[in-house]
Design a protein around this ligand. Structure first.
Ligand code: S3P
Length: 444
């Protein structure tokens, strides 16, 4: 099991942030590229893969199932898979470290293959709910044993006689939906998955790129039904991973709140189901221009130019939550710097991330001198109009996004902000510190 030592870091106010910054590859797409590559016979070439802890753990798991996964250059990876249903029995436990996405997607991908595996992770992952994925997977015929409360370590037994399912996902989770779509590949015939919330759709996009038959029907209530044909032979291909908007978010908000800043962030993924933060910041008065919108690897991308802006508080529509679910911590920092109050609701899922993010944000902002009300399903932040007091040490609770968000807060605070541990940042954004420094951030 993963163990990491604590490394604190302090961010302080300095000059304007300026220059060009390259965000790392998208985490969601990187996981999916490795997993689908491993479910395909033949060579899949991946460019721009995120080389961060979470993804390296998924790569290791794919090797444990028998795929050949090779790094041939910076962000350049080759995967030779063993086909749908072709994964072999892993000899050791699968350790996914901090990654909910890696572990849950892989549970789905192996559920319709007759092998068993033990899934485990670090202290944070071992507190996160797994039944949301495991229970629906039993409908395909898989069985499992989990710890009390459905926690890891989990032993999953894939089935040798999978059946197709018609299932409605009740949680607003792309991970659950994706796990079921990946499991459906091994079941004979058509599987139908219905979801009311429009969560990120990278699995659907990538399945099509690998030659699977995936159809999406919009439903009258705003949800959708995804139909996928099982027992397919996937076609190996070439995946170009766009840059992660959830990582670019830290650069975007830093540029918005540090006076005089102007930062250019090229090639960012702009899938409409991932652009909730940009939409919200624009509504708050942010100066963000998007240029050269283009398609890259089947996904929308574009270049962002972000300039310091006087932000104002707004009410964030709760139905927007799935499209900015990972961005609430950094949105909270933008809201704390804005004039007026920002209300965020519909955030139940935020309590189930790498930490209880709702609580971590509320406590962190209060420690920085910001007035915040914690609501059962969200929070109300009373902004400081650019005058964030700061001067606190923040508990990051093994949560990379809490760590990065409060370091960004420190760049615009009157007194420095220290985060108690930056080691988890490497799970999603190993270049965060040097990249922030390269545009002028004061981190020490
Ligand atoms: C992800 C889905 C989201 C998100 C996570 C990545 C994915 O989780 O928070 O960082 O790649 O499918 P949920 O499915 O739990 O909402």
């Amino acid at each position: 099991m993963s163990k990491v030592s604590r490394t604190p870091l302090t961010a302080r106010r300095g000059g304007a942030l300026r220059g060009e910054a390259l965000a790392p590859g998208d985490k969601s797409i990187s996981h999916r590229a490795l997993i689908l590559g491993a479910m395909t016979v033949g060579e899949t070439r991946i460019s721009g893969l995120l080389e961060a802890g979470d993804i390296l753990n998924t790569a290791k798991a794919m090797r444990q199932f028998g795929a050949e996964v090779t790094r041939v250059g910076v962000g350049e990876w080759l995967v030779w898979g063993t086909g749908v249903g072709g994964w072999g029995q892993p000899e050791a436990d699968l350790d996914f470290g901090n990654s909910g996405t890696g572990s849950r997607l892989v549970m789905g991908a192996m559920a319709t293959t007759p092998i068993s595996a033990v899934f485990t992770g670090d202290e944070s992952l071992r507190k996160r709910p797994m039944r949301r994925v495991l229970e629906p997977l039993t409908n395909f015929g898989a069985t499992y044993e989990a710890g009390a409360g459905g926690l890891m370590p989990v032993t999953l037994h894939g089935t040798d006689r999978p059946i197709c399912i018609d299932y409605e996902v009740t949680v607003a989770s792309a991970q659950v939906k994706s796990a079921l779509l990946l499991a459906a590949l091994g079941a004979p015939g058509l599987t139908r998955i219905t979801q009311r919330a429009l969560t990120r759709d990278h699995t659907e996009h990538m399945l099509r790129a690998f030659g699977a038959d995936v159809r999406v029907e919009p439903l009258q209530d705003g949800g959708e039904r995804i139909c996928v044909m099982g027992e397919v032979e996937l076609r190996p291909g070439r995946i170009v991973v766009p840059r992660d908007p959830s990582s670019a978010a830290f650069l975007v908000v830093a540029a918005l709140i540090v006076p005089g800043s102007e930062v250019f962030i090229p090639g960012v993924l702009l899938n409409p189901r991932r652009t909730g933060l940009i939409e919200t910041l624009l509504q708050m008065g942010a100066d963000i221009s998007i240029a050269d919108r283009r398609e890259s690897g089947g996904e929308d991308t574009g270049d962002l130019l972000v300039r310091h802006s006087e932000l104002r508080g707004i009410e964030v529509p709760p139905e927007r939550a799935p499209s900015l679910i990972d961005e609430y911590p950094i949105l909270a920092i933008a809201a704390a710097n804005a004039g007026g109050s920002t209300a965020m609701r519909g955030l139940e899922e935020l309590r189930l991330k790498e930490s209880d993010r709702l609580l971590a944000i509320v406590h962190g902002l209060r420690a920085c001198g910001v007035q915040v009300e914690e609501l059962e399903d969200g929070m109300m932040i009373h902004g400081c109009s650019g005058g964030l007091p700061g001067g606190a040490t923040i508990g990051t609770h093994m949560d990379h996004r809490i760590a990065m968000s409060f370091l960004v807060a420190g760049l615009a605070s009157r007194a420095p902000v220290t985060v108690d541990d930056v080691s988890m940042i490497a799970t999603s954004f190993p270049e965060f510190e040097p990249l922030m420094r390269s545009v002028g951030a004061q981190l020490s």
